[in-house]
Design a protein. Structure first.
Length: 782
């Protein structure tokens, strides 16, 4: 009967442990599974959102490219030399060929600014010529010898296309036959020349680029997916279908566009809830369902991406299968783990309870209940020695916590004082107290200045302190620093200095010679109450001001130097310096400045808490003013404010470190903004200089006014992007143009100096010799 009851009790204990472990393990599993089940429902939405973001981003890239082509064509069409040349006739006949050369010298080549451009050509209807900076053909020779559409089987068909079908903007990709009989698929951006009412002197600037340029700017299409771009007239200028050639792709685009327009007219299956300007529609194409994302950009181009629904369903199904396998596997492992842990936990406990019960019964029979309990505790301690060891291991952490509270003025309860006296042997009744700070010094650049070596020194020092001063309290209070609280009887108050000096001398003798030479000891004032220990600690911290004259002593004692104050922080200099470094994006300079601040005010001086708080407030105030002055976007500004607010509850040193980190992040953000502006502006600036190098008034100020930026910023932008200053770049452009005129024309040096923007022949000759190393006449003869 008793054996059956014992088995029943064992099973109950085992079951209780099993249920406990089961709940502990499976509640997090259920929560995680619920979360991932919810995530499955939004996988498709996230995929669509990602595709929308990708489409908008790539549409912006294409728009920027088209705007750049429009800018190039506008610059070419607006050149005075081009406007004059379109009135010329018979330009390829002598003596008018010189006019062609003069025009070519004044043209700039967009392919040198943007490598995506295949080529550019200016068509002059009156003279029937095609010209760029390197070629000049009449219309017929250009068709026969240089470049033509493959679908134009005769010159007359090609001429008819130029005369009646050419419109401003981008034409769709077409196959062209090049001068080397190579076939290439090109798109062309056409811009008419201003005719000013003279139809006979009209023409076009045509800039060609390959279809793969748009393919590189558009997102990678999904399998069986379709992408296409329409211009503002609704014509197809680009299409791509992963599983069909381009001829079939155009047919699919027409079918898809018809289906989309029908859906738009009927208003069905359209999601317009987003504010990103993208329409989401569901269409059926060749028996397959597609999700269509349609975006009309402000530039007038329409971007459309058709994504097969089966791809999204496959991704969701795969995720669901993976989740199911994960749940089943986790459940099986969890059940096995619960049973194993329950068996391991319940069996020893059953034995312990049984043995404890036997001991108690024996002592009760002898009439000594207290003795029985004592034997039980002894037995449990012997069986489970880990419990006693764990309690002993906690002593250093408890001691460190209490010592820090005493040093920083956080009062203890009476029970905690009694615990100190009973458990750590620190007597506080009838005592006076003195704080000593042991600091191990390392010189900057010292080969032994490493974290591992510092920790070794500190451990050695603590071991000697425990041996020489067993009744003291100690704690590590900083890098390479140990603080010690000494207690002395009130009757021996006058002997504190001498006795402490003897103890420190004893400690130095016990330490290794290298460590003893590196150790400095600072002593605070002696206080009468244990609650005032923090005053002694603060005074010990300030003894670095009293090192002069005491450096040979065993202990450098605090002296109350009346009228002497710690140096104030130079707020104005800090503000000006940090503001300049952050707003200019000088990350290296900012790093050096912040390192100097930490070294001067934190590492070397070891300021008290109140001075550290003053430094923190000043650094945060300067950072706040810099953020306001930069006029960042609201979301970016709030991000920095939230970081400052989150930092508020951290320790002082951590707040200072985090604040300096915000300085670095803000400086890096300023650099990113400048790089983005430079990337967008530099091509246009370079094109403007190449088009106006002959203007004598071309200067840094003129270009800055033209583009609406400051002169210092333009100068910095040129040094960063071009690698030379503005004047050197302009001079190099002018000299390169002059070289071409000297070699290829009969113009005099005076005429060339005027054409390249120099005010006089003398200034031109000096510049030419400075850049090339030879005079203009020598260069022409060579």
């Amino acid at each position: 009967m008793r054996r059956n009851k014992k088995r029943s009790t064992d099973k109950q204990i085992l079951l209780q442990y099993f249920l406990t472990y089961f709940i502990v393990l499976f509640i997090p599993l259920v929560i995680c599974c619920s979360y991932y089940v919810r995530m499955l429902s939004v996988i498709s939405e996230d995929d669509i959102r990602e595709k929308k973001t990708e489409l908008i981003h790539n549409a912006t890239l294409v728009d920027d490219f088209m705007e750049e082509l429009d800018s190039f064509s506008g610059m070419l069409a607006g050149l005075p030399a081009v406007n004059i040349f379109r009135f010329q006739d018979k330009v390829l006949e002598f003596p008018n060929t010189n006019e062609v050369k003069n025009l070519q010298d004044k043209l700039f080549n967009p392919t040198r600014i943007n490598s995506s451009v295949y080529g550019y050509y200016i068509f002059f209807d009156k003279s029937r010529t095609v010209i760029n900076d390197s070629i000049a053909y009449d219309y017929k020779d250009f068709y026969n010898l240089y470049l033509r559409r493959e679908e134009d089987l005769s010159f007359e068909a090609w001429d008819e296309y130029l005369t009646t079908q050419l419109v401003k903007g981008v034409s769709r990709a077409q196959k062209y036959r090049c001068k080397d009989e190579r076939s290439i698929e090109l798109l062309a951006y056409s811009c008419p020349l201003p005719n000013n009412g003279y139809d006979t002197s009209s023409g076009y600037v045509r800039i060609f680029f390959e279809e793969n340029v748009l393919a590189s700017l558009m997102p990678v299409p999904e399998k069986e997916g379709l992408q296409y771009i329409l211009n503002d007239s609704g014509d197809i200028i680009y299409c791509r279908f992963t599983d069909s050639p381009s001829e079939n792709a155009y047919g699919l685009v027409l079918q898809a566009e018809s289906s989309l327009l029908d859906e738009l007219c009927q208003g069905g299956n359209i999601d317009t809830a987003d504010t990103d300007g993208i329409l989401k529609l569901s269409v059926l194409l060749d028996g397959k369902k597609y999700i269509a994302l349609r975006y009309e950009s402000p530039s007038g181009y329409t971007y459309c991406s058709l994504l097969p629904v089966v791809q999204f369903n496959a991704r969701q199904t795969t995720s669901m299968i993976s989740l199911t396998v994960f749940i089943l596997l986790a459940a099986a492992v969890g059940l096995g783990l619960c049973w194993h842990m329950s068996a391991r936990s319940a069996t020893p406990l059953t034995k312990l309870l049984k043995e404890s019960l036997n001991i108690t019964h024996k002592k009760e029979e002898q009439g000594s209940a207290y003795s029985g309990l004592n034997d039980v505790f002894q037995y449990l301690g012997n069986v489970n020695s880990d419990l006693i060891e764990m309690m002993e291991e906690q002593k250093p952490y408890i001691r460190t916590t209490i010592v820090n509270r005493l040093l920083f003025g956080n009062p203890l309860s009476q029970g905690e004082y009694d615990w100190l006296e009973r458990r750590l042997g620190f007597e506080y009744r009838g005592k006076v107290f003195t704080v000593l700070i042991f600091r191990v010094t390392f010189l900057e650049g010292d080969e032994q200045n490493s974290v591992d070596l510092q920790n070794t020194y500190i451990l050695s020092l603590i071991e000697i302190i425990q041996k020489i001063l067993p009744e003291c309290l100690y704690a590590v209070t900083g890098e390479a620093q140990v603080s010690v609280i000494l207690s002395t009887s009130k009757e021996s108050r006058d002997m504190v200095t001498s006795e402490a000096g003897e103890k420190i001398l004893h400690i130095r003798n016990e330490l290794p010679g290298d460590l003893a030479d590196r150790m400095l000891v600072y002593g605070g004032t002696t206080v009468d109450r244990v609650e005032d220990i923090y005053e002694s600690y603060h005074n010990a911290v300030f003894t670095f001001m009293n090192e002069k004259g005491q450096i040979a002593n065993h202990i450098i004692w605090y002296q109350n130097n009346k009228g002497k104050m710690a140096a104030a922080f130079p707020y104005f200099e800090l503000s000006v310096r940090l503001t300049r470094l952050v707003t200019s994006g000088d990350e290296q300079g900012l790093h050096d400045a912040l390192k100097e601040i930490m070294t001067e005010y934190i590492f070397e001086n070891n300021l008290p808490a109140w001075l550290e708080q003053v430094l923190l407030n000043e650094l945060q105030a300067i950072l706040f003013r810099i953020i306001v002055g930069l006029e960042l976007e609201e979301s970016e500004t709030q991000k920095y404010y939230c970081e400052l607010e989150k930092n508020h509850q951290s320790p002082i040193l951590e707040q200072i470190t985090n604040t300096l980190g915000l300085y670095r992040r803000l400086c890096a953000h300023v650099n990113e903004m400048k790089d983005m502006e430079a990337g967008k502006m530099m091509p246009a600036i370079v094109a403007f200089i190449d088009a106006n190098y002959g203007d004598q008034d071309l200067s840094l100020t003129m270009v800055a006014d033209k583009f609406g930026i400051s002169v210092p910023y333009l100068s910095s932008l040129f040094k960063t992007s071009a690698g030379v200053n503005f004047s050197s770049y302009v001079e190099n452009v002018r000299i390169e143009k002059a070289k071409g005129l000297l070699k290829n024309t009969s113009m005099t040096v005076g005429q060339i100096s005027q054409a390249t923007g120099y005010g006089s022949s003398n200034s031109f000759c000096r510049a030419f010799k400075r850049v090339t190393g030879s005079s203009a006449s020598e260069y022409r003869r060579d």
